[in-house]
Ligand binder design. Structure first.
Ligand SMILES: C[S@@+](CC[C@H](N)C(=O)[O-])C[C@H]1O[C@@H](n2cnc3c(N)ncnc32)[C@H](O)[C@@H]1O
Length: 199
């Protein structure tokens, strides 16, 4: 009971901070991330160094992108959004989500660089070292594993890795257990459907 109240209070404070900074419209973007998971992205992003490089694999309609971009704004950093914007691997079926993403992330357009294509192909061309990597692309085991193999070499030592859908997607959980846990430098943390750790 007390733990639950403290949990809610903690995220309420973060929600107020987010709103006061003028990012309130981000709440309107449809997503499967909970309120707390969106705030967690913002919270972890704000703790990254000045000029930090954030990468998001799987941006969909731009909800999580807005929360990461808000943190990038505060750290004078940049967010790279990687997606086919063709709803790959989504239960609702394939469709072009590019227009909705652009519209929803318009307030952060100066903080976001988009990379449209298959994530493992984008990884081959990616040149920057990453401070924060958020993975929310295809949750199938082989695809998620391929994403890890392609993107983890770009993560800075001490960089943070955040994986969504750890709670229900067997593929994501298996990748965390088999690959991430071998490389992480802390015990990893879980909140709701999200796993994060420092590598
Ligand atoms: C679960 S959604 C992402 C949700 C999003 N983070 C949010 O805030 O709601 C997964 C996204 O990953 C993209 N995706 C799936 N497989 C991909 C791949 N191999 N390369 C690039 N994008 C991919 C889909 O097009 C979709 O937009």
């Amino acid at each position: 009971m007390l733990e639950n109240m403290l949990f809610r209070l903690r995220w309420f404070k973060e929600k107020i901070d987010f709103k006061l900074k003028g990012f309130g419209d981000s709440w309107k973007v449809f997503t499967h991330l909970t309120v707390e998971e969106r705030l967690l992205l913002y919270h972890l992003g704000k703790k990254r160094p000045q000029g930090a490089v954030f990468v998001e694999i799987g941006s969909y309609l731009g909800a999580s992108s807005c929360f990461l971009a808000a943190a990038a704004h505060e750290r004078e950093g940049v967010l790279h959004c990687v997606d086919t914007w063709n709803n790959e691997g989504m239960t609702e079926g394939q469709r072009d989500t590019w227009g909705e993403f652009c519209q929803n992330t318009l307030p952060f357009s100066d903080k976001i660089m988009t990379h449209r294509g298959k994530s493992i192909e984008i990884a081959k061309m990616f040149k920057s070292k990453i401070d924060l990597l958020f993975v929310d692309g295809d949750h199938n085991y082989e695809m998620c594993k391929a994403d890890m193999e392609a993107w983890l070499p770009h993560l800075k030592k001490g960089g943070i890795l955040i994986m969504h859908d750890y709670g229900w997607a067997d593929g994501v959980r298996k990748v965390v257990d088999e690959i991430v846990k071998q490389k992480q430098t802390d015990n990893g943390q879980v909140m709701q459907n999200t796993y994060w750790t420092t590598l």
